[in-house]
Write a protein that binds this ligand. Structure first.
Ligand code: ADP
Ligand code: MG
Length: 323
């Protein structure tokens, strides 16, 4: 077992991340007390990362800590919420080296500072099985203003942030599979995008007045857009040629068009997918994050993709499913 008891792990490594929130009581009490500002509502979400499912067993713990927080921040961004605080449940394998725990806390501390979100509590256990980490994140939003998935309107533009497919090809690159045409710098870019999502927290507020529905893309663009279609009772038509691609992904799909499958259905993008009022004056970027129109919602149902040379492009699978 590690050199520290769970009490020392909490006191030494996690309590410093709780300092900015008085209601966390230094992680010394049974629970934290949360005050919701007047006129605002609490937005709550949880996401788990499990070794062998969401990360590779020897991925650096500092990166895993950042990823488990960031995937939750991406959900808060999708709801239009501002970060408030988070709970962290860790199941560390019994033989986890102390240096890995320190690395985990250091990575988490970086993002606690970067996103201004304090740690409010959690649980720390040892497991004979694989490592797993669960964050429950809380955000706040002006009452009644949370962004939903099901409120797109016919004629709305379908807009995504950033670039699509970096995470999916980053996973392929991290697994060392051959067949990606990009150079070493390109592969490192993709692996970084897979390991460290960029939650697009500032985008919804910048588009207020035009944004009608939103979600984050975590399980593959085609599948996630399908969820939005279903909940909004609409059809989506998107164009493969309009999907924003990073340089390395563009290079990969140009030399091997079967990689569009991973780009469109692979997941791990953590970009925002939004329905935007066509009358809204859409900026081309927000805080340096590009916005791209990839299609339109209309009456009907299902997500339809127009291929590069016309005709319908049909993925073999639409996205990631656990079961
Ligand atoms: P109990 O098991 O009696 O509920 P714990 O020892 O699990 O108490 O927790 C004591 C305090 O430490 C609580 O405030 C809890 O929220 C906090 N805590 C435990 N694990 C973590 C963690 N991984 N991250 C943040 N806070 C934690
Ligand atoms: Mg406990």
């Amino acid at each position: 077992m590690t050199a520290r008891s769970e009490f020392q792990i909490i006191a030494d490594l996690f309590a410093p991340l709780a300092r900015s929130c008085p209601g966390a009581y230094g992680l010394l009490d049974d629970a934290a007390v949360v005050a919701v500002p007047a006129g605002r509502e609490l937005v709550v979400t949880a996401d788990a990362l499990v070794s062998g499912v969401h990360f590779l067993p020897d991925d650096p713990y500092g990166c895993i800590a950042r990823k488990v927080l960031r995937v939750n921040l991406s959900d808060l961004a999708a709801m239009g919420a501002d970060p408030y605080g988070f709970l962290l449940t860790c199941a560390f394998p019994v033989d986890t080296p102390d240096s890995w725990l320190v690395d985990f806390a250091r990575g988490l501390a970086d993002d606690v500072a970067l996103f201004g979100i304090p740690l409010l509590g959690g649980d720390t256990v040892a497991t004979p099985g694989p490592a797993s980490f669960t964050v429950t994140a809380m955000g706040t939003v002006a009452s009644g203003k949370a962004l939903r998935r099901g409120s797109a309107m016919p004629g709305d533009l379908i807009v995504v942030t950033g670039t699509i497919g970096d995470g999916a090809l980053g996973l392929i690159a991290a697994q060392g599979e051959v067949g990606l045409c990009c150079d070493q710098v390109g592969k490192e870019f993709l692996v970084d995008r897979y390991c460290i999502p960029r939650p697009r927290l500032s985008v919804p507020a910048a588009l207020s007045g035009g944004i009608r529905a939103a979600m984050d893309i975590s399980d593959g663009l085609v599948q996630d857009l399908g969820h939005m279609c279903q909940l909004s009772g609409l059809r989506a038509d998107i164009t493969l040629a309009d999907i924003p691609l990073s340089g390395p992904v563009h290079c990969c799909v140009t030399s091997n068009s079967s990689l569009y499958e991973a780009v469109m259905a692979g997941g791990d993008d953590y970009e925002l997918l939004m329905a935007i009022d066509p009358a809204f004056d859409l900026p081309s970027e927000v805080d340096g994050v590009p916005l791209s129109v990839i299609g339109r919602f209309t009456e009907g149902n299902g997500c339809h993709v127009m291929g590069i040379s016309g005709g319908t492009w049909q993925p073999k699978k639409t996205g990631f499913k656990h079961f």
